[in-house]
Design a protein around this ligand. Structure first.
Ligand code: MG
Length: 179
């Protein structure tokens, strides 16, 4: 099956956080709180996917208050934090949304992502993912983690689904209304 055919079936896009939505670096404050930086291109990807009617989810092994805020602001459908083993979280998401594995895509960067990558219908890796992860992915992004890789995956899926024109047209009307 081609990547395009895989991407066409996707109804929910799931992502890892550290090393995927971020470049993997963490700033640790004296009180132990960690600061991550996200890319605006990936934030816009969330909006574009939502316009296209796709659901979105985050599965991360770590826990961060900042991520909770960002996920709420972006109206992400599912945020699962502290998921050291990501498979139970993934199965829970499938059950809650009534989805089959082939209707989900997942993007990750490291070994903790392998199980979910092997389970989903469309598996993606960031450009600087671990070699094993890249080999397990159907699609390896040109962009690195935290540098628009998630956006690249969303663009690919929207294009494969023939929704790119609709999404950009709708995006422009949203933009007009905000002016
Ligand atoms: Mg990661």
């Amino acid at each position: 099956m081609t990547n395009k055919a895989r991407a066409r079936r996707v109804r929910m896009i799931l992502t890892d956080v550290d090393g995927t939505l971020t470049d993997g670096t963490l700033a640790v404050l004296p009180d132990g709180e960690e600061i991550k930086t996200y890319h605006v291109k990936d934030g816009l990807a969330v909006l574009l996917a939502q316009i296209a009617g796709l659901k979105l989810g985050i599965i991360t092994g770590k826990t961060s208050k900042g991520l909770e805020h960002r996920a709420a602001r972006l109206k992400i459908d599912e945020l699962v934090q502290g998921a050291v083993d990501k498979m139970p979280s993934y199965r829970g998401i499938l059950a809650r949304h009534g989805l089959r594995p082939e209707e989900t895509a997942y993007i990750g960067d490291d070994l903790g992502d392998l199980a979910v990558l092997k389970a989903v219908g469309f598996a993606a890796a960031v450009a600087d993912a671990h070699p094993i992860v890249r080999r397990s992915a159907h699609y390896v992004c040109k962009a690195r983690g935290g540098r628009g890789a998630f956006r690249e995956l969303v663009d690919y899926i929207l294009t494969a689904q023939g929704k790119w024109g609709l999404v950009t047209a709708e995006f422009e009307t949203i933009f007009d209304r905000k002016l």
